[in-house]
Write a new protein. Structure first.
Length: 646
């Protein structure tokens, strides 16, 4: 009997559209759910993934009863394509066996790892080979699948870092003239990557084009101000200084720039006062881009240096920002930081430091809003914006404006009026500023849903996801997913809401965060509790209660709402009613009208389950009044329907 012919190995590709090939020929995986399953398994290649996790990722929390059978059918269909032994069922779940060299992502990561141990010539060649594996954006056909967002963002970052490493290697080889044209194209595609701007400046300078190198710095400066509202970092500013003075160190082809503050700062000596100011400014930029831990460390260094050289204003601003970051990093009380902003504002006013005073007012505005006083927060933030405008600091003005759209959305400003303020007052002023545009989009996503235009809200959500990913703003991507989840909650689409909240929480889960992560966990717990997933809801609510900053009022309300729903579903009505009453009392003093209405809806659910029809009716009536006052069309109509059915 003749042996069976050997089966050609498979070639899996995720660095672009999802593909499977054998002997160069495309293997068809036509069904969307099959492709999603394959993509999910490839991202966990050679690792077991439980049935439950696969079901939740593919269908969401509200999976149909037939989901398990449907998953098995998908697995059987996929096995027919890739082979019975390739996709194996193990005690821990399904494992997709991928041999070395079969997955382009593994080949890419291995080549990048090999390059790091090589000299510049071999490193450049190896990284070029790695980058040639990319056929476009990774898993491009799944742009809005929540469970893939984190992985897609991670892969894009790995590709850009490999590209920058390859350019560094070729700069070390003296290929600056060949690189200049490519780098010009790269800064057009990735205008927020300071490392690429620095590489272009260096390539032009080493090619004898000093004037063009300085022009690139001016372009980088304008771009970062327009797009992020921040000055270039220490590295880029010091590189510009070195070019201006034609420092000989720039002629050394082995010299690399842009990967560490210390390396850039050593180009030229500067006065301690200038160094303290630069370190402070860079720390604030790092904070705005989402790296709170690094920013806090840099602010501490800036504060020490400023204190040593007598730069009181820089010292006080650095201390204020460190206090602000402590809310996330250390669980500092909002009221404690609010007191800190008032103390700092008084100090800045005495010393006639208007820049410091504007910074203190901006932070004060955020503390007020997060304490449930959105209208007060908006008034103080507006004063800070006006002060920044008078100071002639557009970058400061832009960074201060970021908070306003959220205040309009959550506070008592009626929905349609808030939409007008976002669209007509904020967007035209800063059409190309991603952080500001994302703040506006996040507010509009929720507001359009409340106005009854859910499709518009979803389209805005898709735009915001693309913008955040394209700008490399991971924390802003978290905020976008949160806003999309809130919009889905407005219309009662719990499965979609849960998917967005899960995706956002997955990104935050890697951070030690005492503010945003507990708040998101509590929000997810509420939705899960409403959907009947009481076990997970209880766990998340208890986690939020244990880890949250002590007086972040939304978190305090949300975890109580979630535990009240859990207790009522379990038949523990005394406990449920007590928790619901505590949530009601905490939200009653706030001016977050829709949030207040949502809380009363949960209170009504608890009272209905506890067989208290009068209490239920009163809660629904109060929620209706709040929704009508806010102009939340969807919430108000839902309350009318429920009251009519009683």
């Amino acid at each position: 009997m003749l042996p069976s012919p050997a089966v050609a190995p498979l070639d899996y590709r995720v660095l672009g559209p999802l593909e499977v090939r054998r002997d160069g020929e495309l293997v068809a995986v036509p069904a969307p759910k099959q492709r999603a399953l394959l993509g999910l398994l490839l991202l966990h290649a050679n690792e077991p993934v439980s049935q439950q996790e696969l079901i939740e990722q593919l269908w969401g929390e509200q999976a149909p009863r037939t989901a398990r059978a449907s998953l098995q059918n998908l697995v059987h269909a996929l096995r027919r394509v890739i082979g019975q032994e390739t996709l194996e069922r193990q005690p821990g779940g399904y494992v997709l066996h991928v041999k070395p060299g079969e997955l382009d992502l593994q080949r890419f990561e291995q080549l990048v790892s090999d390059a790091r141990r090589a000299g510049p010539k071999e490193r450049a060649v190896t990284l070029r080979d790695a980058l040639e594996l990319w056929r476009g954006p990774p898993l491009v056909e799944f742009p809005l699948e929540p469970f893939l967002q984190f992985e897609i963002a991670r892969l894009e970052e790995e590709r850009l870092t490999a590209l920058e490493d390859r350019v560094d290697a070729e700069l070390e080889l003296g290929l600056h003239e060949d690189l200049a044209a490519e780098l010009r194209s790269l800064v057009e595609h990735f205008p927020l990557r300071e490392r690429i701007w620095g590489q272009l400046m260096l390539a032009l300078y080493r090619s004898g084009r000093q004037a063009e190198a300085l022009e690139m710095y001016r372009r980088a400066h304008r771009t970062l101000i327009d797009e992020l509202g921040v000055e270039p970092g220490v590295e880029l500013r010091e590189l510009q200084r070195a070019i201006l003075l034609q420092d000989r160190v720039l002629d050394d082809p082995q010299r690399r720039f842009g990967s560490a503050i210390e390396r850039a700062a050593s180009i030229l000596p500067r006065s301690p006062s200038e160094r303290a100011e630069s370190l402070y400014e860079y720390a604030v930029s790092v904070m705005r881009l989402g790296d709170r831990r690094q920013a806090a460390s840099m602010l501490e260094a800036a504060e020490r240096l400023a204190s040593t050289v007598g730069e009181r204003s820089v010292e006080e601003r650095a201390r204020l920002y460190r206090s602000y970051l402590s809310i996330w990093l250390d669980g500092k009380s909002l009221q404690d930081h609010l007191a800190e902003t008032q103390r700092a504002a008084d100090d800045f006013a005495r010393r006639e430091d208007d820049v410091g005073l504007a910074v203190a007012l901006r932070q004060q505005a955020q503390m007020l809003a997060w304490s449930g006083r959105a209208l007060d927060g908006a008034a103080v933030a507006t004063a800070a914006v006006e002060m920044a405008s008078r100071l002639g600091s557009p970058q400061m003005e832009q960074s201060f404006r970021v908070v306003l759209p959220d205040f309009f959305a959550v506070g008592p400003t009626p929905v349609e009026q808030a939409i007008v303020r976002c669209r007509e007052e904020l967007v035209p002023d800063l059409p190309n500023e991603p952080r500001q545009r994302l703040a506006v989009l996040n507010a509009l996503i929720v507001l359009e849903a409340q106005a009854g235009r859910i499709q518009d809200a979803r389209e805005l959500g898709a735009q915001a996801v693309e913008l955040a990913r394209g700008a490399g703003l991971v924390m802003q991507l978290v905020n976008v997913m949160h806003a999309c989840g809130l919009a889905e909650c407005v219309v009662g689409s719990y499965t979609s809401a849960i998917g967005n909240f899960r995706a956002a929480r997955a990104i935050l889960a890697t951070e030690e965060d005492h503010a945003q992560l507990p708040d998101l966990s509590a929000r997810l717990a509420c939705v899960l509790g409403s959907a009947g997933a009481v076990v997970e809801a209880r766990g998340l609510a208890l986690e939020a209660r244990a880890s949250a900053a002590p007086d972040l009022f939304t978190t305090e309300v949300l975890w109580r709402r979630a535990l009240a729903l859990v207790a009522s579903h379990d038949g523990r009505f005394v406990e449920a009613l007590q928790l619901a009453d505590e949530a009601r009392k905490r939200v009653a003093a706030s001016d977050w009208l829709s949030f207040h209405g949502e809380t009363l809806e949960d209170v009504a659910v608890v009272q209905r389950l506890a067989r208290d029809p009068r209490g239920e009716s009163a809660a629904l009536q109060e929620a209706l009044a709040l929704y009508e006052r806010k102009g939340n069309v969807v919430g108000a109509e839902r309350m009318r329907r429920q009251l009519a059915q009683r």
